[in-house]
Design a protein around this ligand. Structure first.
Ligand SMILES: Cc1cc2nc3c(=O)[nH]c(=O)nc-3n(C[C@H](O)[C@H](O)[C@H](O)COP(=O)(O)OP(=O)(O)OC[C@H]3O[C@@H](n4cnc5c(N)ncnc54)[C@H](O)[C@@H]3O)c2cc1C
Length: 251
């Protein structure tokens, strides 16, 4: 297959995520006699104002009740390595142990899926060097699987060792679930201009999906500089106004 592109979908989330958040928070502050009474108190208008206030004052534990599950494909192993550093999430990732990357040697175009960084894609010579290496990695992977099969290592016993020659560019797929609080933290770090381009693009795509599902919860989501000064100090991109405009209209 060769080069592939990012594809992100929000495949599930908590039913009425903003309602459950408002309900949980209201419980903290309302002298209700029972949960039925509390549920009756929740109206759509009420939720919006209430959730905005919660986020403003930093009472964030109620928003942990809303969870969001994303299907992510077309990212590199280099990107997935950064994603899984976020510990308050659940992950399922396509295995390079059980899923073979073997290709048919007679078809040179038939190589494993991989991601091309834009800096290389925009330069013919750099792209040619990069693509040649991908072909070489595929060729070497095939040769190692064949040799290991010959030595009696079949299936995953061969794939688990042959994968050592696969590059960081190799494409991977994930299903990832985060609660809304962790998502806000993820967007805070990864929508920042200081984040690496691939995880930044992924975070923007996830934020678009999250905003569609829960516009109030994610209304002010994005890099830290949306709601205050830049936290990057001397590493600041210096484009705070541009960044704020981008996330104001991001949908
Ligand atoms: C621009 C950038 C550059 C980076 N460069 C590097 C690098 O060079 N090398 C490198 O190794 N990593 C690097 N990272 C990754 C970074 O160090 C974090 O591992 C990653 O961003 C996850 O952030 P986190 O730990 O805040 O978040 P999460 O794991 O998502 O946790 C969320 C929050 O929960 C709390 N928390 C979670 N676990 C604990 C715990 N055990 N103890 C106390 N509190 C906890 C913290 O408040 C944390 O902020 C970089 C990240 C960015 C955004």
């Amino acid at each position: 297959m060769g080069e592939v592109k990012l594809n992100v979908k929000l495949i599930r989330c908590t039913l009425n995520p903003e309602e459950i958040v408002a309900l949980a928070a209201k419980l903290c502050y309302s002298p209700v006699k029972n949960i039925d009474e509390l549920q009756e108190k929740i109206s759509v208008d009420d939720q919006q104002q209430f959730i905005k206030k919660l986020i403003d004052i930093g009472h964030l534990s109620p928003i942990e009740h809303a969870t969001f599950t994303f299907a992510i494909e077309g990212i590199s192993r280099s990107c997935s390595h950064q994603i899984v550093r976020h510990r308050l999430a659940s992950y399922s990732q396509q295995s390079q142990r059980y899923v073979s990357k073997e290709s048919n040697e007679s078809d040179l175009n038939n190589i494993f899926d991989y991601i091309v960084p834009p800096s290389l894609a925009n330069d013919g010579e750099a792209l040619s060097i990069f693509n040649k290496f991908m072909e070489y990695a595929q060729h070497t992977y095939n040769a190692i699987v064949e040799r290991l099969n010959h030595l009696g290592y079949q299936g995953e016993l061969a794939f688990q060792d042959a994968r050592f020659v696969l590059p960081n560019a190799c494409e991977t797929k994930l299903i990832m679930t985060m609660n809304a609080r962790e998502l806000l933290h993820f967007f805070n770090q990864r929508c920042c201009n200081r984040a690496q381009w691939e995880i930044h693009a992924l975070a923007d795509a996830m934020l678009r999906e999250a905003k569609r599902a829960a516009p109030v919860l994610f209304n002010l989501a994005g890099p830290g500089c949306l709601s205050g000064a830049c936290e990057e100090g001397s590493f600041s991109c210096g484009k705070i106004n541009e960044v704020r405009r981008k996330y104001e209209i991001l949908q």
